[in-house]
Design a protein around this ligand. Structure first.
Ligand code: 4GP
Length: 817
């Protein structure tokens, strides 16, 4: 209940907005226009709280975290904002009276897809939790003109369509030209001696004007509104005749182009580094603007820049924002006149770094040539950071050349961003217990040995406000009816559901709600895919970015195997299963895209085979994104979390499924380990090699998948179907690359790098356990309720409290209205 909400004011506001913005009466407005009008009306409701929050921050002179991230995968704002101002019922009713359906209006909003996957969505969940807990925070990122591409499936193939999310404007954003900053690229560094002191001046550069747009991040029911600040680029001086006259024509054009291209598009890579010059420009662009602004803001109230870290902490979301380190050094040295030691002390007390992946292809390494050409002054500073860091290594490990070679920030013609992040941060964290242990003892072993005190774990979390309260209203209401609504801001309260796990009536209610949600998803699938799915079948779901290590391939190979069994024995006793996939592949990731084609080809054959009586259906949901994810989690029975053990840093969809009462079918990887610890191995389906086993094989050159091919007829049959045209009659060679990746030892990679065949039998056996378990509906309902009851640990509220306590040291603020 929102006490301040007034129906009549809101109605008037919506009607007036339609008039003022579109010169239409409300009954003439299109659904999209109504969406805009409603969004502006909601903005009216929160604007005073937004102002009040920042007044309070200033009054209290609070310490603030700046969450620096190339990605914020926010999804839609309207529905979430309405939930967080606690006015969902009121606004729904008001709109009903006006003849509009809130769900339809929400559907008009494009997703803000300024992120790829886990890392970007985590940032969005963190912002929600920070505001809800009342901590002073800014998210700082880029206002990409085009976000994550929209995925179309044409003839089974992924086609990327530009995501022009801003084409109708963004009702919630506010442009803040008063905070614009200049960001410089290229040129050279000149040393100017003024009164015996050397000054470093960048000359001959190109520059752009960074202009921030602020988006409100609303805390749940607490009047706190934080800010996500995303930077747009504009030319410094719009292209004009002045510069033409001065003979600067070329430069003026270039600066205009730079401004246009720099924020044009999000790189669509997940767990992978693209190494493109423009990407480094994007990084420095938003970092320089954010750091400059943070310093300026600090100086408005404080005289002593050497105490900057008392009021500011920068959290680096992976290595993408690591140039914040030399950029802060630059400002402190060149603009604030600090000595190196003073500047270093401030910087190393301000910056903290989170690692999100051990995938080696994700490690950012910039060629010196590129880095120094683009950021000449920053490069000088990195060299000095490296020189001093090398000295430190030599002092600790005298004469150990190996250490120097392995740990240098600059080595082999490259700048290694992760090493700089570790050397200069006061905190280095992984995102699940197992992941942090692997960082400490494998990937970053040398660094951990040298600076163990920096390393810590922060197991990821998710916001229950979006992923249960908003995404699954039926189940959310049911939970509240049983245990009250404290879980909304204190998820561990959900433990009380345990009392109901054995209660037959509750089990029945739970299963009925799940069924309603499956119907809702079935309707979505029918509308979007034209496929009929049976809501009484088991909904077995794998939704996440497409990546070899996540092993969607193992999933579809298993579907092929199951289908073979059914073909041989049409009367086979099995509970009908709907295998649901959703995944975008990076635009340049060939094998991932071929895997999407394979899934769709298998779907085509199986879904059209009448002889199996609909016992298996395969659905590839087009354009998996935050908004349809909410429908998918609500409807899932089985959550596929099947990465090769040791490869998935944490995973967060595993937590969203659990929150919605799905059972995990997974490996002991990432946060699955902690999920199983909370809910008990009996209430999950665990299979496959452990991370130790995987790492062992890797250290010893892998294994021989050919042995499996030779000895296991059923697996061989599935693999042969990849190359005999079974699923591609027109082009039997179509899936040859996938076949080769699993078996061919000639290819430069190890065959079956991700141990798909090695884990296959154990995976198939786990699927049998699922089938058997589902037959006992009472058992299943109980296990599902227990999953919900034990997901308290996985709220991002808990994660944020840990960051605050161990790393950020912020104080909670209350905002009275
Ligand atoms: C992801 C990890 O792959 C995932 O396990 C983790 O849950 C998530 O970050 C949030 O920490 N990494 C990326 C990436 O998205 O691009 O490296």
């Amino acid at each position: 209940m929102n006490k301040g909400f007034d129906k009549e004011t809101f109605k008037r506001s919506v009607v007036d907005n339609v008039k003022n913005m579109f010169r239409r009466t409300i009954d003439e407005a299109t659904p999209h226009q109504v969406f805009q009008a409603v969004a502006y009306a909601v903005k009216d409701v929160i604007i005073d709280e937004w102002i009040a929050t920042h007044k309070e921050y200033e009054k209290k002179d609070v310490k603030t975290v700046y969450y620096l991230s190339m990605e914020f995968l926010m999804g839609r704002a309207l529905g979430n904002n309405i939930i967080n101002i606690c006015a969902r019922d009121e606004i729904k009713e008001t709109l009903d009276e006006m003849g509009f359906d809130l769900d339809v209006i929400e559907d008009q909003e494009p997703d803000a897809a300024l992120g790829n996957g886990g890392l970007g969505r985590l940032a969005a969940c963190f912002l929600d939790s920070l505001a809800t807990l009342g901590y002073p925070a800014y998210g700082c990122g880029i206002r990409y003109r085009y976000g994550m591409f929209k995925q179309k499936i044409e003839n089974g193939y992924q086609v990327e369509v530009p995501d022009n999310w801003l084409k109708d404007g963004n009702p919630f954003e506010i442009r803040r030209p008063e905070y614009a900053a200049e960001v410089k690229f290229g040129g050279f560094v000149r040393i100017e001696n003024q009164g015996g002191v050397n000054h470093f001046v960048q000359d001959g550069y190109q520059s752009v004007r960074a202009v921030p747009y602020d988006l409100p991040v609303i805390g749940y029911g607490n009047n706190v509104v934080n800010t996500l600040r995303i930077w747009d680029a504009e030319p410094i001086n719009t292209f004009n005749l002045d510069s033409f006259d001065r003979g600067d024509y070329q430069k003026a054009v270039e600066q205009e182009n730079l401004a246009k291209t720099i924020v044009e598009v999000l790189y669509p890579n997940d767990n992978h580094y693209a190494g493109k010059e423009l990407r480094l420009k994007q990084q420095y662009f938003f970092i320089s603007a954010s750091v400059q602004r943070a310093v300026r803001k600090y100086k408005e109230k404080h005289d002593d820049i050497r105490k900057f870290y008392e009021k500011v902490v920068f959290q680096l979301n992976d290595t993408h924002p690591t140039v914040a380190i030399p950029e802060l050094m630059r400002i402190l040295l060149d603009e604030e006149g600090l000595t190196w030691d003073e500047a270093w002390e401030v910087t190393t007390k301000t910056c903290a770094y989170t690692n999100h992946t051990i995938m080696s292809e994700a490690l950012e390494k910039w060629p010196i040539e590129l880095f120094s050409r683009l950021l000449p002054r920053i490069y000088q500073i990195v060299e000095e950071i490296n020189r001093r860091f090398q000295n430190q290594i030599q002092t600790m490990y005298p004469g150990n050349q190996e250490k120097l070679r392995k740990m240098s920030i600059i080595y082999d013609g490259q700048v290694k961003m992760a090493y700089m992040a570790i050397a200069a941060s006061f905190s280095v964290n992984g995102v699940a217990r197992l992941h942090t242990e692997i960082l400490k003892h494998q990937e970053l072993k040398d660094f951990y040995e040298m600076m163990p005190e920096k390393f810590n774990n922060k197991t990821n979390g998710i916001t229950q406000r979006r992923f249960l309260l908003h995404g699954n209203p039926l189940l959310a209401d049911w939970v509240t009816s049983k245990i009250g609504d404290e879980w909304i801001t204190d998820l561990p309260h959900i433990k009380k559901l345990e009392l109901f796990a054995e209660d037959e009536k509750c089990q029945f209610e739970f299963m009925n709600i799940k069924y309603q949600n499956k119907l809702r998803l079935a309707r979505y699938i029918k509308e979007n895919n034209g496929i009929d799915v049976d809501p009484r079948s088991i909904f077995d779901v794998q939704v996440k970015r497409l990546h070899e290590y996540k092993r969607q391939l193992m999933n579809i190979l298993h579907v092929m195997y199951l289908y073979n069994q059914l073909k041989d024995n049409p009367d086979m006793d099995m509970i009908p299963r709907t295998f649901i996939f959703g995944a975008k592949a990076a635009a340049g990731y060939k094998r991932a895209k071929l895997t999407i084609k394979l899934i769709n080809s298998v779907a085509d054959v199986i879904n059209n085979d009448k002889s199996i009586n609909g016992k298996i259906k395969v659905v590839f949901i087009e354009d998996y994104r935050v908004s349809n994810a909410e429908l998918i989690f609500a409807a899932a029975d089985v959550s596929e979390q099947i990465s090769t053990a040791s490869k998935e840093a944490s995973g967060t969809s595993n937590m969203k499924f659990m929150l919605n009462g799905a059972l995990t079918l997974g490996t002991m990887d990432g946060a699955n380990v902690e999920i199983v610890e909370e809910v008990g191995a009996d209430n999950a389906f665990i299979f496959g090699m452990s991370s130790d086993e995987v790492i062992n094989y890797e250290n010893n050159g892998g294994y021989y998948p050919m042995d499996i091919f030779n000895n296991d007829q059923e697996i061989r049959r599935v693999l042969m179907q990849l190359i005999n045209g079974y699923y591609a009659p027109d082009n039997p060679e179509l899936f040859r690359d996938i076949y080769n990746s699993l078996l061919n030892t000639k290819s430069s990679d190890r065959a079956d790098t991700y141990f798909i065949l090695k884990d296959f039998r154990s995976y198939a056996e786990a699927h049998q356990r699922v089938d058997k378990a589902y037959r006992d509906q009472a058992w299943w309902a109980k296990a599902a309720i227990l999953n919900m009851a034990n997901c308290g640990k996985f709220t991002s509220d808990r994660t944020i409290e840990e960051y605050v306590k161990d790393i950020w040291h912020l104080k909670k603020v209350t905002v009275e209205m």
